[in-house]
Design a protein around this ligand. Structure first.
Ligand SMILES: Cc1cc2nc3c(=O)[nH]c(=O)nc-3n(C[C@H](O)[C@H](O)[C@H](O)COP(=O)(O)O)c2cc1C
Length: 158
């Protein structure tokens, strides 16, 4: 199996999650973990599994992630297993208006997953969000372990 984990990251937290996912997927074959600007979206058909992760910015993936997704050719992911993850701030424990704001905006991963499916990808496992303590991080305790568990779930379905 040949897997690709692509991420964007401003403060390094999404990168840490991508690495934790990668460490788990590596056990099952060939793996590449790369920042989103290092991969050519034209050539994703050489992979069996493509996982895309981004920080959540205003409820959406970062501009670089959106650009990457838009540049994947139609059917560029045809028959390839895909899923997505994000990092963001948890609504739980926040004041009412912040909670409402976060809930209304939503998170990046489900949107990434939809874009991947639009390009022909087959959603292999539900998209997943991971949490930071504050805008610049750090990750909430235990998030890297959760990422490894999520990656195990992907492997179990394949
Ligand atoms: C411009 C901007 C907008 C953001 N908007 C949201 C948001 O809508 N929802 C959310 O949960 N987190 C939001 N955040 C927090 C980011 O998700 C957080 O910075 C990110 O998870 C950190 O990941 P990174 O270290 O990989 O950049 C925002 C951060 C920035 C800088």
């Amino acid at each position: 199996m040949k897997s690709l984990v692509i991420f964007d990251s401003v403060h390094g937290n999404t990168e840490k999650i991508a690495m934790a996912i990668g460490r788990r997927l590596e056990a099952e074959g060939e793996l590449q973990v790369a920042k989103i600007n290092e991969i050519d979206p034209q050539y994703l058909d050489e992979y069996n599994l493509v996982v895309v992760g981004s920080p959540t910015h205003a409820g959406r993936p970062t501009p670089a992630t959106k650009e990457f997704l838009n540049k994947i050719p139609d059917n560029g992911l045809k028959g390839i297993e895909v899923t997505a993850f994000d990092t963001g701030i948890p609504a739980e424990g926040k004041k009412f208006f912040m909670r409402l704001f976060l809930k209304i905006l939503g998170y990046a991963a489900p949107r990434i997953a939809k874009s991947l499916e639009k390009k022909g990808g087959v959603l292999v496992f539900p998209p997943k969000g991971f949490f930071v303590v504050d805008r610049e991080g750090p990750l909430q305790p235990g998030e890297e372990e959760k990422a490894a568990t999520w990656a195990s779930g992907i492997l179990e379905t394949m």
